[in-house]
Write a protein that binds this ligand. Structure first.
Ligand code: IDP
Ligand code: MG
Length: 138
């Protein structure tokens, strides 16, 4: 297995709740390397490109709105199977039912905004990782 890179985002809820350090801690504790990191107040254009697969879905507009509501922290993480590994650390999409031990399961819940505020994003494939890293670390 080759060393991979993935894009992790600490979403605006994670930044507002001062969980950047806790999330980075979990990534580092797992043994992944933080290869690059920046804080970004994302433009609509960047978010539209990032979430292009979700365009037209009912949650798309509110999601883009939420993601532009404050700064996010973009992280280039690297390591053996880090794409799958970070998705596992993050937990399933819905924070209320995400497994304990995961970022979303331990730190997130339903804030009345159904699923949307789930603290982190992680690329879901090598293709997405390449595409997303190019967007956020242009
Ligand atoms: P993922 O982040 O676990 O890969 P995706 O299905 O790719 O989940 O959805 C992207 C993001 O869109 C989610 O992380 C969440 O913030 C938001 N989202 C997904 N499904 C819903 C929904 O049904 N309602 C509101 N927001 C949603
Ligand atoms: Mg996704």
């Amino acid at each position: 297995m080759a060393v991979e890179e993935t894009l992790i985002l600490v979403k605006p809820d994670g930044v507002k709740r001062n969980l950047v350090g806790e999330i980075l801690r979990r990534v580092e504790a797992k043994g992944y390397e933080i290869a690059d990191l920046r804080m970004v107040h994302a433009s609509r254009a960047l978010l539209a490109a990032h979430y292009e697969e979700h365009e037209g879905k009912p949650f798309y507009e509110p999601l883009v709105e939420f993601m532009s509501s404050g700064p996010v922290v973009a992280i280039r993480a690297s390591g053996e199977r880090v794409i799958e590994g970070f998705r596992s650390l993050a937990g399933s999409t819905e924070p209320t039912s995400a497994a304990p031990g995961t970022i979303r399961g331990d730190l997130g819940r339903d804030w009345g905004t159904s699923v949307q505020q789930n603290l982190v994003h992680g690329s879901d494939s090598t293709l997405s990782a390449e595409r997303e890293l190019a967007l956020w670390f242009a």
